[in-house]
Design a protein around this ligand. Sequence first.
Ligand SMILES: [Zn+2]
Length: 373
Amino acid sequence: MSLHNAIRRCRAATGAALAVTMLPGCHLLHHQQAAQAGPKLKHVTLASQMQPMQPIDLTKFHPNEAGEVPILEYHNLMPSAKVSDYEYPAAEFRKDMEWLYAHHYRPINLSDYVQGRIDVPAGMSPVVLTFDDALRGQFNYTSDGKIDPNCAVGILEDMRAKHPDWALKGTFFVLTDYDPKMPPPFFQKDSAQAKMEHLVQDGFEIGNHTVHHWSGMRHWQDAKVEAELAGGVAGIHKYLPTYNVQTLALPFGIFPKHRKLVIQGESGGVQYHNICALAAGYNPAPSPMAKKINFYHLPRIIPSDRKIKPGGRFTIRWWLSQMERDKTKFVSDGDPNTYTVSVVAKGDLNPARLLKNHFHLRTYSGTQLVASK
Ligand SMILES: [Zn+2]
């Protein structure tokens, strides 16, 4: 199937999924389903020793490290595109990034989120930017060999130049030409290698998005699932031979019948091992140390598809404004080794996982520390 057709199918599949899931109160429902369904997180690599806790000034910041983290999902950026699930005007993307910056969001990579390493300054909130399908509008060179200022990488590098505290972080779930019938990543064959290397050098992350972007994974035999997931890794290794591919976004958010296959498997002598798997929608993700979380079914939010979501509900901008209004976002204490929450929110965190992963837990009421260990 051509990529064009694959994306067209992706649209149809997204519509069907939304029709089922976009019900009032689905936010909480999603969390509960995610907590109950699928395998538990087993394999995270963290600093093996507990680091000392850093002091905090509660008169300046009120951290909420039980809060939610938006994982944003973008596809192609086009100068003249209309807003949809799979195409987005570059100017609107730039506005999103500036809005995030002004509202104290700072990007982190998905693997850092999964491993609980939220390394943003005190008072700031993490956001995970993800880009699917390795489309040209995500990373484009102009005819004079420069990075297109209107592609995602151009806009993010410009953000970094304007705002030195904006980290170059984000996760690109790429499709490659591991199968030679597929287009090269980002659709410019001569510069595909340079682009893949450039992303990693910048600090971005590369994730697995399968070989062919086929739909219907839930009906496949195990061997076919493993071939697509191992092939996704092999396709990335064609450009970055030693890269540790550990994040997965499933095309259309469709999972295989045997969910354990998203964690690890092998095909054709290539092994894969994922620390998380992303679904297709449609709400912010919980704190990585939340009681209710399934790292193998993490939700994302998309720009818009007005036909499916009248009034732009459940889109990136809708969710971000809801999170401001309801004060549900994760607010950092500035100490990546410590989770700081109000006494009220303490019950939302998983104390056993905090301990197991060598994080401190600190609680406060008003401007007073209540407990820390
Ligand atoms: Zn995709």
